[in-house]
Design a binder for this molecule. Structure first.
Ligand code: NAD
Length: 312
């Protein structure tokens, strides 16, 4: 049944995750890549990941890992991937010309009611889709990495995207267990990265000005703000810290504005401040040569937190 088929383009880190997500809800997934070796590696890695998810109690959907695995096939033909698929998720490298090239190929193959969705982290939907015949079917579904443990997915329409494309994308992402967040207008960095870079910018200025060390700045996040932010955002935090938003305004708005007005202009990270950050954080996270060990440490904690949030 063609309505049950999803095409994934690019079988790297994100293509693998999306393939598993779609398979978890019973869709037939056809993954295309230009590199046959990548497709081979993807199948092996997907099997390992499904086993790990099952072991962690985080396998999504009602199907067994074997059934999910069998729903995913690979192809070296873009036509096989796209024809008959009602949803195409593109996961090729973050290069505008490459994405445009891939989408212009897809544009000639899709049925007019199919949805063309890109995983891009930062390219604007209008920039990728402006030359497409079916540009009204184009949207961005930008996952947080790793998608199985951090399910928020930014859904970003272009100015010309049809409303039903937005609705159906949001509903598909919900169906596979993601948390879609609609970004109503395209802006550089969407929302997740704008917030992330705003935090990074202020942290950088505080370190540069000698207010706090890099590792202590990270402690403020990991042992302070981040603990709350694992469960609620800044607005609910404010609401709960007073008697709702108007009371929060009455108590804190002037102070907040005064502090915000003292923020300096953005600065490109580099030079002695960056040296200081590298040196201090390498004491916490270990030398770059052993970075894999610390990544395992991080992943173990992300998995434990995802499990806690699922069980709460
Ligand atoms: P990746 O390098 O792991 O995988 C890209 C894959 O695309 C490779 O397998 C490559 O062989 C394949 N490819 C290259 N050209 C192709 C073509 N013309 N046709 C088909 N396949 C082709 O990249 P990734 O980390 O999976 O990122 C993919 C997209 O997802 C990027 O736009 C990236 O910005 C976005 N994204 C990445 C992350 C992340 O943390 N890695 C998070 C969110 C979104």
């Amino acid at each position: 049944m063609s309505a049950q088929r999803i095409g994934v383009i690019g079988s790297g880190l994100i293509g693998r995750s999306f393939s598993m997500l779609f398979a978890s809800a019973g869709y037939t997934v056809v993954v295309y890549d230009v590199l046959p070796a990548q497709l081979e590696a993807a199948k092996k890695d997907i099997w390992l990941q499904l086993n790990a998810l099952e072991g962690q109690g985080l396998l999504r959907g009602k199907l067994s890992k074997e059934q999910q695995f069998e729903s995913i096939s690979t192809t070296q033909s873009i036509e096989d991937c796209v024809k008959g698929s009602f949803f195409i998720q593109e996961c090729v490298p973050e290069v505008l010309d490459l994405k445009r090239k891939v989408w212009s190929q897809v544009d000639k193959l899709i049925s007019p009611d199919a949805i063309m969705s890109s995983s891009t982290s930062a390219l604007l939907p209008s920039a990728i889709s402006e030359g497409l015949v079916n540009k009204n079917r184009f949207i961005i579904s930008h996952p947080t990495n790793p998608p199985f443990y951090a399910p928020a997915t930014e859904v970003v329409p272009a100015p010309w995207t049809d409303p039903d494309v937005v609705e159906r994308t949001v509903s598909l992402l919900k169906e596979v267990g993601q948390v879609p967040v609609l970004i109503k207008k395209e802006v550089p960095g969407f929302v997740l990265n704008r917030i992330q870079y705003a935090i990074m910018g202020e942290c950088y200025r505080l370190i540069r000005d000698g207010v706090v060390s890099p590792s202590d700045c990270d402690l403020i996040m990991s042992q302070g703000l981040g603990v709350r932010y694992a469960f609620m955002g800044p607005w609910e935090t404010g609401y709960l810290n007073a008697e709702g938003m108007y009371s929060y305004r009455d108590r804190y708005a002037d102070m907040i504005l005064g502090i915000q007005e003292s923020f300096g202009p953005p600065e490109r990270m580099d030079g002695p401040t960056l040296d200081l950050i590298q040196e201090d954080i390498s004491r916490v996270a270990g030398p770059v040569e052993n970075i894999a060990v610390r990544r395992q440490w991080r992943d173990k904690r992300l998995i434990a937190l995802a499990k806690l949030k699922q069980d709460l």
